[in-house]
Design a binder for this molecule. Structure first.
Ligand code: NAD
Length: 296
């Protein structure tokens, strides 16, 4: 069994991005700039956004966080998005989920200029992804593809079972793996809450992507010998022995599943860090596309 080490790959990607930024800056360009819009005080969101800020600064990007009170209206957020769309000093931005219930997340995502939509949640980017066109791809599934690629894990002809069909993880993951390209060409089964006899599918899988958000759901009896298991889940489990009062659990019962696997991601230290890596790569892509448009 080998660990798919998100920490190591994130460090590699940050180093590659830093080198690129230094080259661009030496040639007289400004560095890439990424902003995050944060509405309300959700603890996990604060942590994610702080981590994105720290990592983007470490690869030479300019980072901005725009904080808004929980009571901010949808109209006010849409106005802020328009300002960010029109800000030439900014290459990409994200609106951190979850948003307060009085704000429509999809309306907000669709207001983002598709060329600055580095989270890839805008409907135009979703449609382009489905057609295999150049687009911004949601960071979590993109990060998983990158992780498999860097560990030279072949997907072509493999049976991949994706558990979970959300717009941000499961469905785009299933599309990426099925695209006719070097990191796709898999036979994909997309399972969800209405799937019957899930174990029948997971037992046939060469690669399992567990993205359902149920702690330690995938057990050893659901996995065939030698499978590759990617654990997307992050659930906070109350644990009074920890400083923060909780521990993070994935969707995979790691201790019993890992011995059966050829490769497996840890939680934490796996997919979560690859999500950050892909957000940074998407920001670099937005920056390069912006300047190639300006220079053409
Ligand atoms: P979601 O709640 O939007 O979707 C969950 C999906 O799982 C649904 O499509 C549902 O049909 C399916 N599902 C639920 N119960 C099931 C069952 N018993 N059997 C089969 N399918 C079932 O969740 P999401 O936003 O896709 O996130 C999933 C998990 O991944 C969460 O734990 C979330 O915190 C985590 N996540 C991690 C990252 C990261 O960077 N590591 C990023 C996004 C989400």
């Amino acid at each position: 069994m080998q660990l798919l080490d998100g920490k190591k790959i994130l460090a590699e990607i940050k180093e590659e991005l830093l080198q690129k930024v230094q080259t661009y800056v030496q040639k007289g360009s400004r560095p890439p700039c990424l902003a995050a819009v944060l509405v309300g005080n959700d603890g996990a969101s604060q942590t994610y956004v702080a981590s994105k800020e720290k990592n983007s600064e470490q690869c030479g990007f300019v980072s901005r966080i725009l904080r808004f009170d929980e009571s901010t209206t949808e109209a006010q957020i849409l106005l802020e998005i328009e300002k960010l769309n029109n800000d030439p000093s900014l290459d990409g931005f994200i609106v951190q989920s979850p948003l307060p219930s009085h704000i429509s997340a999809q309306k907000v995502f669709d207001a983002i200029d598709p060329s600055k939509d580095v989270d890839g949640f805008n409907t135009l980017n979703t449609g382009k992804l489905a057609k295999g066109m150049n687009s911004f791809v949601p960071a979590t599934p993109l990060g998983i593809v990158e992780l498999l690629k860097r560990y030279k894990i072949e997907t072509s002809g493999k049976h991949c079972v994706v558990i979970g069909r959300s717009d941000i993880v499961g469905r785009p993951m299933s599309i990426l793996l099925s695209l006719p390209n070097a990191t796709g060409n898999a036979t994909v089964t997309l399972c969800h809450s209405k799937t019957q006899n899930l174990k029948n599918f997971t037992l046939q899988a060469d690669i399992i992507i567990a993205a359902l958000g149920k702690a330690e759901f995938l057990t050893a009896d659901m996995v065939k010998e030698g499978a590759i298991v990617v654990d997307v889940g992050i659930t906070r489990i109350e644990d009074k022995t920890k400083k923060l009062g909780f521990r993070l659990a994935g969707d995979v019962k790691f201790d019993e599943v890992a011995p059966k696997c050829s490769f497996i991601t840890p939680v934490p230290g796996g997919v979560g860090l690859m999500t950050i890596a892909s957000l940074l790569q998407n920001t670099m892509k937005a920056y390069e596309q912006r300047f190639s448009t300006l220079n053409s």
